[in-house]
Design a protein around this ligand. Structure first.
Ligand code: HAM
Length: 427
C-alpha cells in the first residue's frame, strides 16, 4: 500500500468540517478588517526565498524543498507566505495604485523539518501582509487579528509576546554588543550557534538547543539598544494594543527565526500546560526593508502567519466546541427504478434553492433508507415512486415530528421554508 509522505496528513470527516468552519471564519473576519485576498504560487524561484527569508535561516539552510524543473531552473516549494506576497506586490506594481495594500492569504507551505506533534512537512498558514504604512497602529491591528480569531473561536490559554528589533542603527549597536558578549563563550555554544555567531549573532537568541541556558538568558537585551525613534515606535505599539484591550508581555529574547524583521516582532503561544514544545500558534512582525531587498521601491511592511494545524490542536486540547451544522434538510428515497430520474431532478432543484439534500445512490430498501436518513440526521424524507412522478405530488415525512404530508412538487420550497427547523442539531 502506498502511504502518505512523512510529515503530511489527510483531512476528512469531523476534522474536515472543523477546518472548513475555521477557514470560513478567516474569510469573514478578513472582510470585516477590509483585507484583500491574495494567492501566490506554491513554488517560486529558489532565489526569492534565499534573498527574502534569509540565507542563514534554518528554513533556507536546512528545510526547503528544492528542485530543478525540466527547464533546469532552480525552484523551491513555498516554505512561508511573506516572500511570495512581497514578490507579487512588486511584480504587479501594487505600490503604484494605492498607498496601502492589506493582503490576506491561506495555503500550504513546505518545510523539511523533523515531524512531531504540531510540526509538519506540509502545513497550512493563514496570514496577512500590509504594505505602505509605518504607523505602529497597523502593527497593533495585525497583532489583533490572530487574537480576535482565537477569541472568536473560544480559545482561552493564549499568551501574546512582543518585542522590538528596532531600526538598522539600533540593531547594528546590538549586534556589536552580542558579539562582545558571546565572543569569550563561543565554545559553550552548540555547533549551529557557533556558525550563527559569525553569520548573524541575533539568531543565537532563537536557538532551540541553547535556548534555556544561563548564557542566553543573561545576554544583552535589544530593548537597551533601541534608539529614540525605535523606542517611540515600540511605546506607540503598546499604546494601541492597550486601546484594543489586548494583553501582552514583552519578551526581550524574542527575535523570530527569519531574517527580514525590523521594529515589531510578536508571537502568540498556547499557554496551556502539557501542550507540547511546538506551542507557537502564530508569529510575525514588521519588515521595512524586505520590499527594497527584493528589488521593489522602499516600502514598509508588517504581517503575521498562523499555523492551521497548531490552531486545530489548541482547539482540540482546550476541548473548544464549534457550532457545525452538517445535518441534512432532506433525504430523498426513490421507490422504483423508473422514478429515479424524477427524484434525481427534484434533488438538484432543492439543492439549487438552498437546501442541503441527498438521495439514495445505493438502491437500498425502504427500511434501510429510513435508517440512512436517521444516520444523516435529515429532518425531512421525501419518497418518490411512479405515482408521485405522475401526479407531481410527493410524500414528505418530518423525521422530527413524525408527521406525514402530501406536497405538490411546485410547493415544496415554500413548504420547507415554513417547516424547516433552524440549525436544529448544531453540536
Ligand atoms: P513562522 O514563525 O516561520 O513565520 O511561521 C508562522 C507559523 O506557522 C508558526 O507560528 C506555526 O504556527 C506555523 N508553522 C511553521 N512551521 C510549521 C511546521 N513545520 N508545522 C506546522 N506549523 C508550522 C512565518 O512563516 C512568517 N512568514 C510570518 C510572517 C508573516 N511574518 C511577517 N509576515
Amino acid at each position: 500500500m502506498i502511504q502518505k509522505p512523512k510529515g503530511t496528513y489527510d483531512v476528512y470527516g469531523e476534522y474536515g468540517k472543523k477546518i472548513k468552519y475555521v477557514e470560513e471564519l478567516f474569510t469573514s473576519l478578513m472582510e470585516k478588517y477590509h483585507y484583500e485576498y491574495f494567492r501566490t504560487p506554491i513554488f517560486e524561484a529558489s532565489n526569492l526565498y534565499h534573498r527574502g527569508v534569509g540565507k542563514t535561516t534554518d528554513i533556507v539552510t536546512k528545510e526547503t524543498y528544492d528542485f530543478k524543473d525540466r527547464g533546469d531552473r532552480d525552484m523551491t516549494l513555498r516554505p512561508e507566505g511573506t516572500a511570495g506576497i512581497v514578490r507579487s506586490y512588486i511584480e504587479n506594481k501594487l505600490y503604484g495604485n494605492q498607498s496601502l495594500v492589506k493582503a490576506w492569504y491561506y495555503g500550504p507551505n513546505f518545510r523539511y523539518e523533523r515531524p512531531q506533534s504540531g510540526r509538519f512537512r506540509e502545513f497550512y498558514q493563514f496570514g496577512v501582509e500590509v504594505f505602505g504604512s509605518d504607523d505602529p497602529m497597523i502593527d497593533a491591528e495585525v497583532i489583533s487579528i490572530p487574537v480576535m480569531i482565537y477569541q472568536l473561536l473560544g480559545l482561552k490559554g493564549i499568551k501574546v509576546n512582543i518585542n522590538s528589533l528596532g531600526d538598522k542603527e539600533s540593531r547594528d549597536n546590538y549586534h556589536q554588543a552580542l558579539i562582545e558578549y558571546f565572543q569569550p563563550h563561543i565554545h559553550e555554544l552548540c555547533s549551529d550557534c557557533q556558525e550563527r555567531f559569525t553569520k548573524n549573532p541575533l539568531r543565537i537568541l532563537d536557538c532551540k538547543v541553547d535556548g534555556d541556558s544561563e548564557l542566553l538568558k543573561n545576554a544583552p537585551k535589544i530593548i537597551d539598544y533601541l534608539n529614540e525613534e525605535s523606542k517611540k515606535k515600540f511605546e506607540d505599539l503598546q499604546k494601541y494594543l492597550k486601546a484594543l484591550n489586548i494583553e501582552y508581555v514583552i519578551n526581550p529574547n524574542l527575535v523570530r527565526g527569519l531574517d527580514y524583521y525590523t521594529h515589531t516582532v510578536f508571537e502568540v503561544e498556547a499557554n496551556v500546560e502539557g501542550f507540547g514544545s511546538q506551542n507557537v500558534l502564530c508569529g510575525g512582525g514588521r519588515y521595512d526593508n524586505l520590499v527594497e531587498n527584493l528589488d521593489g521601491p522602499k516600502t514598509c511592511g508588517v504581517g503575521f502567519a498562523m499555523g492551521m494545524e497548531r490552531l486545530m490542536k489548541a482547539l482540540e486540547y482546550e476541548d473548544v466546541h464549534m457550532h457545525i451544522h452538517s445535518d441534512l434538510d432532506c433525504y430523498i428515497i426513490p421507490l422504483e427504478d423508473s422514478a429515479k430520474d424524477y427524484a434525481f431532478n427534484l434533488c438538484l432543484n432543492l439543492r439549487l434553492n438552498g437546501f442541503t439534500v441527498d438521495i439514495d445512490y445505493n438502491n437500498r430498501n425502504l427500511k434501510n433508507n429510513f435508517k440512512q436518513a436517521d444516520k444523516l440526521n435529515s429532518q425531512f424524507v421525501i419518497i418518490v415512486g411512479n405515482e408521485e412522478k405522475e401526479t407531481d405530488i410527493v410524500s414528505v415525512k418530518d423525521n422530527h415530528t413524525k408527521e406525514s404530508f402530501k406536497v405538490k412538487k411546485d410547493e415544496l420550497i415554500s413548504f420547507f421554508d415554513e417547516n424547516l427547523e433552524e440549525c436544529c442539531n448544531c453540536d
